[in-house]
Design a protein. Structure first.
Length: 171
């Protein structure tokens, strides 16, 4: 199934506190993405949105640092995707499950926030790992394949870091 999505402005931060209906837009161009790409873009949107939220609300310094690094990486991937002429993640690409989790996360604070943020990041990174492995093996373009190839080891590293933070927090 092919979905149509609009490209938004590069690195325009997702508006907080609420999940926006759409990103701030610049020039809009319609592109087609397959279901795997759409799911990956939704996962990237979730990672960016929740990282921005955790930078503001995280209680644990390791959580805030991880969130900052995740945001910076997602912004770099957004730039690389835009430079490669690829669709970029926008908030409306998050599926219902990710939107619900983001809303639940927004309602929390303190240690509860940190634990749920890390759980959401782990689930999201597991999904992104599977999707990027699939994209690397069956790309729709050379640019997609190159980015997915770079993303796979980065995602594995993130999962290891998340596990370490969770252990240090006793979870």
């Amino acid at each position: 199934m092919i979905r149509r999505v609009a490209l938004g402005a590069l690195a325009a931060p997702f508006v907080l506190p609420a999940i926006p209906a759409q990103a701030q837009t610049g020039a809009v161009q319609m592109v087609q993405v397959n279901p795997t790409q759409a799911a990956a873009l939704g996962g990237m949107a979730f990672a960016l949105y929740t990282a921005q939220l955790a930078e503001q609300r995280g209680e644990n310094s390791a959580v805030r640092l991880f969130a900052q690094l995740e945001r910076e990486e997602q912004q770099a991937f957004t730039l690389a995707r835009q430079q490669g002429g690829l669709p970029i993640a926008t908030p409306e690409m998050m599926d219902a499950e990710k939107r619900t989790m983001a809303a639940q996360l927004y309602a929390l604070s303190g240690a509860q926030f940190d634990r749920m943020f890390l759980q959401g990041q782990m689930l999201g990174h597991q999904e992104l790992l599977t999707l990027h492995q699939r994209i690397a093996q069956s790309p729709t373009s050379t640019q997609e394949q190159m980015l997915a190839t770079v993303a796979v080891p980065a995602i594995r590293t993130h999962m290891t870091v998340i596990e370490g933070i969770q252990r240090s927090m006793g979870g």
